[in-house]
Design a binder for this molecule. Structure first.
Ligand SMILES: Cc1cc2nc3c(=O)[nH]c(=O)nc-3n(C[C@H](O)[C@H](O)[C@H](O)COP(=O)(O)OP(=O)(O)OC[C@H]3O[C@@H](n4cnc5c(N)ncnc54)[C@H](O)[C@@H]3O)c2cc1C
Ligand SMILES: NC(=O)c1ccc[n+]([C@@H]2O[C@H](COP(=O)([O-])OP(=O)(O)OC[C@H]3O[C@@H](n4cnc5c(N)ncnc54)[C@H](O)[C@@H]3O)[C@@H](O)[C@H]2O)c1
Length: 571
């Protein structure tokens, strides 16, 4: 998450004007009166009043009391529990809308992404990939560079420090970005004590804590590593990503349980720095979340050519920590289907990357009639409104990000937070891009080919389903970088040009996916994208190729566009 101070300052300066323009969660009475006065001077100020009316109407529809209007009734318009990227995104947008906002954080500003997730992991991936490239004699030689690859060395602690320093920098930027626009940051673990109230504090700290009230409350408490039963984590030889990111040592041989995002990204780091990796995956294939064809190529590019082996269809039913250099870590493998113990591994270390569990303990949800689901996620509807045990909306209470389990990605959390504040928007999760930052990167948006086929068959338009593919081999920029392994595929409707899903593996594919995810989010079709111009030579030209390979029906029938509108599609 990059938060430039200048952006925050611009935000603060332009807040009143933006608040007048945007329809957001309602502001507290004093601010509303000021806005109303302004409204009588400017027609542009109608939006906040419409927002207030909408909330009152929604409250009435939900059977709740009408939105309170008393002056000073609440300390804040909006109180956010948890200052991860979800809470941060919501807070920035709320201030932009002129709301009085507080955010309460019990641990580190920035949450998982900044301190124990996206940010430090990408620093490790960047540093280790440099090592991989420098040690690849063939790669360097073909570029015309002569170096003694065997002599390339690295300082493990310095690489670890790069990740720690980056996390600290981003954390500082994030805190400043909130403070500079007037968001109150409260320190402590918060719990709900009623529909509009929280209490917060830190164990053993009498100097920290208190109570606060707000018209609206957003739960943005995120997640923590999920460790299945039977696995003993000691933080030294058996650990989760929380410990792995500190990179306190480099095992010669590490087992990674789970071949999802975390497992794959860490396998990229470890193998680049010289470790051998063994994956243990419960599903019949590794990388089970990817489109099957992309997973196949990913296996060739990210697994087969590296010191990695794997066991699939087995679970790590028991993991016992070891002592580095003295006693190995023992991993008992149980067949996923038969439930029989089938093998035991002895390795130097074990990374547990088996998903994440919501961090919703201690929120006192029953005080507002809410229970979490079996796995601890807070139930919400598509507007992120929290649902009570009977499935009814709890007025003024929202939950965003990892804590609701809809899509456990940083940008999804932030988008949900913005949508809650905005009230006009719902996040289209099918248009939210995802990426795994291995080398090369894997990225996708929307449906896999299998899911698209299933949908097409179920809805009776299987003959209209198109699948287009292209390869990075023909892309000049990738060739220049000697990184031309990769492919992109597109699932679409031949009749309407609707984009159903795009999956890529290749250089910079995490950046490249946005042309499609943004198009899907805006409801654009391939007809709209067909004449997009891409700078040459760029990896973005892979997108152009992909779009060109799509075979749309009736393209000749598309009428020429009027001047200034979208371009027509030629036959
Ligand atoms: C190793 C790793 C790499 C990742 N890489 C990526 C990536 O590259 N891209 C990506 O999109 N996603 C990535 N993710 C996922 C991403 O980090 C999460 O999806 C994202 O952080 C979720 O944001 P959030 O705001 O919902 O929760 P979090 O970031 O978890 O923040 C929640 C905050 O709430 C606080 N909190 C919890 N309970 C309370 C309470 N009762 N009172 C006060 N405060 C409380 C917590 O201390 C925490 O600071 C990665 C995750 C991991 C573990
Ligand atoms: N680049 C990114 O966006 C990024 C990077 C890292 C993490 N994340 C987020 O963090 C979350 C957690 O990542 P993750 O990789 O831990 O989870 P994941 O859900 O992506 O993958 C977990 C894998 O572990 C396997 N598994 C589960 N239990 C097992 C067991 N007992 N034995 C063997 N295999 C088992 C699952 O089948 C699955 O393949 C993800 O949901 C993702 O959203 C995102």
């Amino acid at each position: 998450m990059q938060v430039a101070a200048s952006t925050s300052q611009q935000l603060a300066a332009s807040r009143p004007a933006q608040a007048a323009r945007l329809g957001c969660l309602p502001r507290i009475a004093g601010q509303r009166i000021a806005a109303a006065r302004q409204a009588s001077r400017s027609a542009a100020c109608a939006a906040p009043r419409r927002a207030a009316a909408r909330v009152a109407a929604a409250a009435a529809k939900n059977g709740s009391a009408a939105a309170p209007t008393g002056s000073g009734e609440y300390d804040y318009d909006l109180l956010i529990i948890g200052c991860g990227v979800g809470g941060h995104g919501a807070a920035l947008h709320a201030v932009e809308c002129g709301l009085k906002v507080a955010i309460v954080e019990g641990h580190d500003i920035g949450g998982t992404c900044v301190n124990r997730g996206c940010v430090p992991s990408k620093a490790l991936l960047a540093a280790s990939n440099e090592v991989r490239k420098l040690r690849n004699e063939h790669h360097q030689k073909t570029l015309g560079i002569q170096l003694d690859a065997a002599s390339v060395s690295f300082d493990r602690q310095a690489i670890a420090d790069h990740a720690i320093n980056l996390a600290n920098t981003v954390q500082g930027n994030l805190a400043r970005s909130l403070e500079s626009i007037g968001v109150t940051i409260l320190k402590g673990q918060a719990k709900l004590t009623g529909p509009h109230t929280i209490s917060y504090g830190l164990p053993g700290r009498v100097d920290v804590g208190g109570t606060a009230t707000a018209r609206d409350i957003i739960i943005a408490t995120g997640s923590v590593p999920f460790v299945p039963g039977g696995i003993e984590v000691d933080g030294k030889t058996v650990f989760t990503s929380d410990h792995a990111l500190k990179m306190e040592w480099l095992p010669n041989w590490i087992a990674i349980i789970g071949s999802g995002y975390i497992g794959l990204e860490f396998s990229d780091v470890y193998t680049a720095l010289g470790s051998e990796v063994t994956f243990v995956e419960a599903m019949p294939n590794i990388m089970p979340g990817f489109d099957r064809e992309i997973a196949k190529l990913a296996q060739r590019l990210l697994i087969n050519g590296r010191p990695i082996d794997y066991h699939t269809n087995v679970i790590a039913s028991k993991v016992t920590p070891g002592v580095p250099g003295v006693k190995p870590v023992r991993i008992e493998l149980t067949d996923f289907t038969t439930k029989e113990v089938v093998d035991e591994l002895e390795v130097d270390a074990c990374l547990v990357a088996t998903g994440r569990a919501p961090y919703t303990n201690g929120l006192n949800l029953p005080s507002v009639g809410v229970s979490t689901d079996r796995r601890g996620f807070v139930p919400v509807n598509d507007k992120m409104e929290v649902l009570d045990s009977n499935g009814k909306v709890v007025p003024h209470l929202y939950c965003i990000g990892d804590a609701n389990g809809k899509y456990m990605l940083a940008h999804a959390a932030s988008a949900q937070g913005i949508a809650v504040v905005d009230r006009e928007r719902k996040v289209n999760h099918l248009a939210v891009p995802a990426a795994c930052f291995t080398h090369p990167e894997v990225s996708f948006v929307g449906l896999t080919e299998d899911a698209a086929r299933e949908k097409a068959e179920k809805e009776g338009w299987a003959a209209k389903l198109g699948v287009a593919k292209t390869y990075y081999k023909a892309n000049s920029k990738s060739l220049a970088e000697l990184e031309s392994d990769g492919m992109a595929k597109l699932m679409y409707r031949k009749d309407t040009g609707e984009i159903l899903g795009v999956h890529m593996i290749g250089l910079h594919s995490a950046d490249n996916i946005h042309e499609f995810s943004n198009a899907m989010n805006m409801g654009l079709t391939l007809r709209d994208l067909k004449f997009n111009v891409h700078a040459h030579p760029t990896v973005a030209e892979v997108n152009e190729e992909l779009i060109r390979h799509a075979q749309l029906e009736n393209t000749a029938a598309v009428k020429p566009a009027a001047a200034g509108s979208k371009q027509p599609v030629a036959a």
